[in-house]
Write a protein that binds this ligand. Structure first.
Ligand code: CA
Length: 636
């Protein structure tokens, strides 16, 4: 009987027409290629065109697709089409809307105008079958956000593949990341985006890439040959493999909340107005601040996001996703994504939108993180408590010696969870904890958005000297790296990068965005401190307990003073922790301050601008001094 049920189930599965969650596009085999595309119900005709090249030329074949019973348009073209390109053109109201590769192209020609027919298996680098996602728990992650071009374009870096995916396979990159100690690289948009013209890569062009074209294909501008569809795919995989071999995870910045424009998007050309939210007056809603916003609550869009994320995990072995403007999406979709991928895939996002959204249900905002288990959000509470508010470049906060940011800092120290030591009424933004677990909060002081840390300190701390700037920089990252949340840093902070004061460098030239690798020699104390700080965090579970209950049990705050926050961790209560009582203090005053701790002998592991988990000195308990503008960490 059981066998019969199984047999029936299998037959049923084979008979049921492809659901709309299926990935459309092209299914290649050497004998024939099957094409499919989904449209709105009122589509009148779909033309499939086959081309020799990814751009230009006349079609070598044009086929009228047929609609199947499930409403999907299908066509099978016999023969080996490997190396050819294709487009779909859908007719509505008597007019063809224009050619596009559809929403599910997994390979494209230059600038992503046409889908490409390739043998996906042939894009795998040697040893790809053995490639595995490194096993690192969410509580142990240390995130490093980088842009390919920032990282490797400057001569000072000495990279062969400047500005390319392949730069991350070079020893210089891998050795630097390993020396720093970060264990997850979060790459800015690396799917095919619009704003860099891939036919003119000999000219310097820069963009962050928040203007999606083909969501399921790597960007051509970061490949060594955007005309050959398999090259970018192979090079992307080589990058993943090199990082994985070094024990480093790779996280993709995904931008499903908007497309670079409406009229020419693959969404709009195949299913007009289906994927976007509209206002009551019929205009397009703009919760992304980029001219449109997608409608994740619609079945087709939700399925697209789930399938796309799954695809990057399966095909490219991606370890995690950073959702741009996650607050534009609905929480059901985010939870569906969470469920669809393995638990070790780390998911986080911006728990806000850039404008009001035309959706009446619950959005994946920071305040709703407690309804999205296993998903984290950036803490602007901690960020702005340190550097100053987001709506001004020149306003300072804790780092600039401005009082009143202490409770917001404490909010970030505990990882945005409920904690009896935090007065939520005094927190800058969230007036209540939003995380169930500390791993649902991203701790950071700077990212690609806004001024980087050096520029912000220069702009907000009057008359800041280089010496003072370094002290404050190190103080800021000590708060981040000892937070119970998941720490995150912008690439280049370890080499005291600046962007010449540009606060929105999304299309600024290389001279603004590039990392100057010579800074490692100019300011060796910065890299040294970061490195040692990360070593300290990794070696001591007390700084990443990973459980809200454990944090509540073992972390208590000392009395807070203006510009002075200090806390105690009971290391005995944290499994695997070697240290006993741990004291951490942050002093942003321009003068030394003291805290009172129990009598005893303590080992200092962080003081002034030095950090060493093995110990720098010993001090007696009682009144302990924290030098100006610095952190102090000690233990017994
Ligand atoms: Ca592109």
């Amino acid at each position: 009987m059981k066998k019969l049920i199984l047999l029936v189930t299998i037959i049923m599965a084979l008979l049921v027409p492809q659901s709309i969650s299926a990935r459309t596009g092209v299914n290649y085999s050497p004998s024939a290629s099957a094409f499919s595309v989904e449209t709105n119900d009122d589509a009148q005709q779909v033309k499939l065109r086959i081309y020799k090249d990814g751009l230009g030329g006349k079609p070598v074949k044009t086929v009228n697709m047929k609609r199947d019973k499930a409403g999907m348009w299908q066509a099978t073209v016999k023969g080996d089409l490997k190396g050819k390109f294709y487009t779909f053109d859908v007719k509505y109201g008597g007019k063809f809307r224009g050619e596009c590769p559809g929403i599910w192209a997994t390979a494209v020609g230059v600038n992503g105008k046409r889908g490409a027919i390739i043998d996906m298996g042939a894009t795998n680098p040697a040893g790809w079958q053995a490639d595995k996602r490194p096993s690192i728990a969410a509580k142990d992650l240390i995130l490093y956000e980088m842009h390919h071009r920032d990282f490797s374009i400057d001569e000072s870096g000495g990279f062969i593949n400047k500005g390319k995916f392949l730069a991350l396979t070079e020893p210089r990159a891998i050795e630097h990341l390993k020396a720093l100690g970060v264990n997850a690289v979060h790459i800015l948009p690396s799917f095919d985006y619009a704003s860099v013209n891939e036919t003119r890569l000999n000219e310097p062009q820069y963009n962050w890439g928040y203007d999606p074209v083909n969501y399921n294909v790597p960007e051509g501008g970061y490949s060594t040959d955007p005309y050959k569809p398999e090259v970018r795919i192979n090079e992307f995989k080589q990058m993943v493999q090199a990082l994985h071999n070094a024990g480093i995870k790779i996280i993709l910045d995904v931008v499903y909340n908007h497309t670079w424009n409406i009229d020419e998007s693959n969404f709009q050309l195949t299913r007009p107005d289906y994927f976007y939210r509209k206002n009551a007056d019929g205009s397009y809603s703009n919760g992304s601040g980029c001219g449109n916003e997608t409608a994740s609550e619609r079945e087709g869009m939700r399925n697209f996001m789930v399938e796309s994320v799954k695809y990057w995990v399966d095909e490219y072995h991606i370890d995690g996703f950073r959702f741009d403007l996650m607050g534009v999406h609905d929480i059901e979709t985010m939870n569906a994504i969470r469920t669809a991928v393995p638990q070790d895939i780390f998911i986080y996002g911006e728990g806000w939108s850039a404008g009001s959204c035309a959706y009446s249900g619950e959005l994946a905002m920071k305040a709703n993180i407690n309804k999205m288990p296993g998903i984290a959000a950036f803490s602007d509470e901690m960020r702005d408590a340190l550097r100053g508010p987001w709506d001004s470049n020149s306003k300072a906060a804790f780092l600039g010696g401005v009082k009143g940011n202490e409770e917001s800092l404490k909010f970030g120290i505990v990882g945005a969870i409920q904690h009896p030591g935090v007065d939520y009424s005094k927190v800058n933004y969230s007036k209540a904890p939003y995380a169930n677990e500390p791993t649902q909060m991203i701790a950071y002081v700077s990212c690609h958005d806004d001024m980087c840390l050096v520029d912000r300190l220069r702009a907000s701390v009057k008359g800041v000297t280089t010496e003072e700037l370094i002290r404050l920089d190190l103080l800021a990252q000590t708060v981040v790296m000892t937070s119970q949340g998941v720490p995150f840093m912008l690439s280049g902070e370890e080499m005291l990068r600046d962007k010449k004061g540009v606060h929105n460098s999304y299309e600024s030239p290389d001279c603004i965005n590039h990392l100057d690798w010579d800074n490692l020699e100019r300011y060796p104390q910065v890299m040294e401190y970061y490195k040692n700080l990360i070593v300290l965090r990794k070696a001591h579970p007390a700084f990443h307990m990973g459980s809200a209950d454990m944090v509540r049990r073992n972390l208590d705050f000392l009395p807070t003073e203006n510009c002075l926050v200090a806390y105690h961790i009971n290391g005995h209560g944290v499994p695997g922790e070697q240290w006993g009582d741990i004291y951490v203090a942050f002093n942003s005053h321009k003068r030394a301050r003291t805290i009172e701790i129990p009598e005893g002998t303590y080992t200092v592991v962080c003081r002034n601008i030095a950090c060493n988990a093995d110990g720098l000195a010993t001090v007696k308990g009682g009144k302990v001094t924290i030098p100006a503008q610095s952190a102090l960490i000690l233990h017994n």
